[in-house]
Design a protein around this ligand. Structure first.
Ligand code: PLP
Length: 455
């Protein structure tokens, strides 16, 4: 480490509480300080390059050095660096991006509300739905259905929708009325001998039984990631989403597609809901919307929802909701340019093509003695490591060996993410065949090294 990196590392451990980090361990080990981006690579302070096989946090579609986004931000900074959208104020970047999102999302979605993060967006979804049901004179229709292992954010309300114990423990969550259903992952939650079709039927029965037990008049919405991300990359069984959609229609429950990770080609289709074959009433997007160069999220929802909300704002003489940065002009300008690049360069098509190569490459690791399951779709995948392949027995403690793969990955020059013992891969949409092959090769090496270590 040079002098600068020493001083940054020291200042880091003496000042910052890091998200998703064991603070005491961090004080001992120090940070990995990333200094530069270059295409699908990031470079640390010592000059070491890493393939960023997670796109940062599942989010950097166009890679880490797209100068067009820099220029779009600079031009907007020059013209109008900030203005708000409260009280009928507007500016062109927020309007043009809203038009674009309405054009790109399923036809029934016509209205946009902006926030700066996926968590705020899902918080806003909860508020919009509650506000709508109060306006409709059904104040008891407030509960959300979500799934175990879902990730919908970390604020008090969105963190309540999240179905991961680590996000609830010692935070006094869930703190809103939410019922978590079984995670739709056959490998882990299927019963002995259960087929995919039987598993799907059981999950749908559970969902309907839950709706009836709670009372359909109390259930406001079902929220789900079409393909689950941070919970471990889980693709639901065939027919699952069609079944959930049918239940939502039957019991007058809004269907929310959380596409914060899935959106813009990640799953091999434009939207996860398109890939999975359902039509949501509300779609939430962030991350790849700006390639995370600027913080931005958007909720795109139906005209029916809009009309109820709009009438109520008129009745009340205003809308008591909005963020200082809702529709931030620089973030929206970057989002517009980012979507232009994704379209011009055919990045969603590239993701579908490279996704097939990635899934096929990783599938070859399935025979490895440490690998329990390889799963995914498009450019999102995970390799789950197990202590016993035959019984699917996890490691004890969970994450011990996954953490090693993560660590060896760093040494080999690749950044994965270990979600427990599931090693996630979610590279930028610009990846080439060579990049994909490298990611697969380095995953194999890291797993081999972890197997030697675990022996
Ligand atoms: N929803 C999903 C599906 C996510 O994956 C995430 C973040 O990973 C969020 C919501 C929360 O987004 P943010 O971290 O921007 O608050």
């Amino acid at each position: 480490m040079n002098e600068l990196s020493n001083s940054v590392a020291h200042a880091d451990i003496t000042t910052i509480l890091h998200p998703y980090t064991d603070a005491r361990m961090h004080e001992q080990k120090g940070p990995l300080v990333i200094e530069k981006g270059d295409g699908v690579h990031v470079i640390d302070q010592s000059g070491k390059r890493y393939i960023e096989a997670m796109s940062g946090l599942w989010s950097v579609a166009v890679g880490f050095s797209q100068t067009r986004l820099r220029d779009a931000a600079a031009a907007q900074m020059e013209k109008l660096p900030y203005y708000h959208t409260f009280a009928s104020k507007s500016h062109e970047p927020s309007v043009r991006l809203a038009e674009k999102l309405v054009e790109m999302t399923p036809e029934n979605l016509t209205r946009v509300f902006y926030t700066s993060s996926g968590s705020e967006a899902n918080d806003t979804v909860i508020k919009l739905v509650w506000y709508m049901n109060n306006a409709l004179g059904r104040p008891q229709k407030k509960k959300f259905l979500a799934r175990n292992k879902a990730y919908h954010g970390i604020t008090i309300a969105s963190g309540s929708l999240t179905g991961l114990p680590g996000n609830h423990r010692d935070f006094d969550l869930p703190a809103i009325p939410v019922v978590h259903l079984t995670c739709p992952h056959l490998y882990r939650f299927g019963q002995e001998g259960e087929t995919e079709a039987q598993f799907c039927a059981r999950l749908l029965k559970e969902a309907e039984d839950t709706i009836l037990a709670e009372g359909p008049e109390t259930i406001a919405a079902f929220i789900g990631e079409p393909v689950m991300g941070a919970g471990g990359v889980m693709v639901p069984p065939e027919g699952y989403w069609q079944g959930i959609e049918a239940l939502c229609r039957k019991y007058d429950i809004l269907l929310v597609s959380d596409e914060v990770i899935n959106g813009f080609g990640r799953t091999g289709a434009r939207w996860g809901c398109e890939k999975m074959g359902f039509t949501p009433d509300i779609l939430v997007t962030s991350k790849q919307l700006t390639s995370s160069y600027m913080p931005l999220a958007a909720i795109v929802f139906s005209e029916d929802i809009y009309n109820v909300i709009a009438d109520n704002t008129h009745k009340l003489g205003g809308f008591g909701h909005g963020f200082t940065a809702s529709g931030h002009p620089v973030a929206c300008a970057v989002g517009l340019e980012n979507l232009a690049i994704i379209e011009e360069q055919g990045l969603m098509e590239n993701a579908a093509k490279m996704g097939e190569r990635l899934q096929a490459g990783l599938a070859k690791l399935a025979d490895h003695p440490l690998v329990g399951e390889v799963r995914g779709t498009g450019l999102i995948a995970a390799v789950e490591l197990v202590a016993d392949k035959a019984t699917k027995r996890p490691f004890d403690p969970v994450g011990k060996v996954g953490g090693k793969v993560f660590e060896y990955g760093h040494e080999e020059g690749v950044i994965f993410r270990n979600l427990g013992d599931s090693i996630a891969v979610c590279p930028p949409l610009i990846v080439t065949e060579h990049d994909v092959d490298e990611i697969v090769r380095l995953m194999g090496i890291a797993i081999d090294r972890a197997a030697d270590w675990a022996r």
